[in-house]
Write a protein of this length. Structure first.
Length: 335
């Protein structure tokens, strides 16, 4: 696949709105593209009209390239300027997907048939596609996952622990506060209490950190709030159990703690000759453990992902194609 074709296909895929939950049209585009290139294509229903796309040359691929084709909202159409492709998914992860197809095509053109492609839905909201795809694992030995890493190989990625803190109070007229119990006050006190808590650290991944993403509560300005809750997102360097224990110790007298999402941190494989780095985001890799030993690399920067100005340098997209082919070639020669 030449550069012009790679860029054109990247833009065509970006121009399909595949924000999480709306991936069907993009899945159809990917399946048609792969079929037109001669791949054996299978689709896997996930939820509703959404589906994963799996393609192979041989019956049992040794190396599988994988990424996701859902995006965060809002949809942003593609444009090309200053040597860059702009638009939602340019680096996270539609540009990656096309680069992986281009690399797989280059490998097949050289006579290497032991490669496969797995493209999944739902990565941005709970990895539903990856969880479903794990049941289809063909016995591959390596999985090369794609996310924006500036074309560096990941040494490790953080995990995620999403928790809800829920406070219960008692409603009362705001002119009679002594008759009520403010759930909002209890929640605020809990959030302040955990600021001073100590969180786990790791020599490679660093300190655990978190953000308060959502706060809800109350029924009206003139009512003492009977309920309130907040959702916290931790970027973890250990299992989630120590974090939950710390939340319970610091704030358990004020709120209840509910687990929403747990994704463990991951240590990754590498190949010689490619720059490496540690990344604070998480991926589908923990949910694709049956697909083989994981590696992580992709064009573009996570600093530009999820932004209105998301972009990827065209030179990085082309370089990613070359790196994917190089990585897979080294792995296959060692098999």
């Amino acid at each position: 696949m030449d550069t012009l074709t790679q860029v054109r296909r990247t833009r065509e895929l970006i121009d399909i709105d595949s924000t999480t939950g709306r991936e069907a049209e993009a899945g159809e585009y990917i399946a048609r593209m792969l079929e037109s290139l001669g791949w054996r294509v299978e689709t896997q229903p996930v939820v509703g009209d959404r589906f994963n796309v799996y393609a192979r040359s041989s019956s049992t691929p040794t190396v599988v390239f994988s990424t996701h084709f859902d995006c965060v909202p809002p949809f942003v159409a593609s444009r090309e300027a200053d040597g860059r492709v702009y638009g939602r998914g340019a680096c996270d992860a539609k540009g990656t997907l096309v680069a992986q197809v281009a690399a797989a095509e280059a490998l097949r053109a050289s006579g290497e048939e032991r490669v496969g492609l797995l493209f999944v839905v739902g990565e941005e909201r709970g990895s539903e596609g990856a969880k479903a795809a794990n049941d289809l694992a063909p016995g591959s030995r390596w999985l090369i996952n794609g996310e924006p890493t500036d074309n560096r190989l990941g040494l490790a990625t953080r995990g995620v622990y999403r928790a809800r803190l829920r406070a219960e109070g008692r409603a009362a007229h705001s002119s009679q506060p002594q008759l009520g119990v403010s759930a909002i006050d209890k929640l605020i006190n809990a959030l302040v209490a955990i600021r001073d808590a100590g969180w786990p650290s790791d020599p490679e991944l660093g300190e655990t950190f978190y953000s308060i993403g959502l706060i809800n509560g109350g029924v009206a300005p003139n009512v003492i709030s009977p309920h309130a809750d907040a959702e916290l997102m931790f970027r973890t360097v250990t299992g989630h159990e120590p974090l939950r224990e710390t939340l319970e110790t610091a704030a358990g007298s004020l709120v209840t703690v509910e687990d929403i999402l747990v994704v463990p941190p991951v240590r990754l494989s590498t190949v010689p000759g490619i720059d490496t780095a540690v990344f604070s985001f998480t991926t589908d890799i923990p949910f694709l453990d049956r697909w083989g030993q994981p590696l992580l690399l992709g064009p573009g920067s996570v600093e530009h992902a999820h932004t209105d100005g998301e972009y990827c340098e065209i030179a990085e997209l082309v370089r990613a194609k070359e790196l994917y082919a190089e990585m897979a070639g080294k792995l296959l020669r060692s098999a």
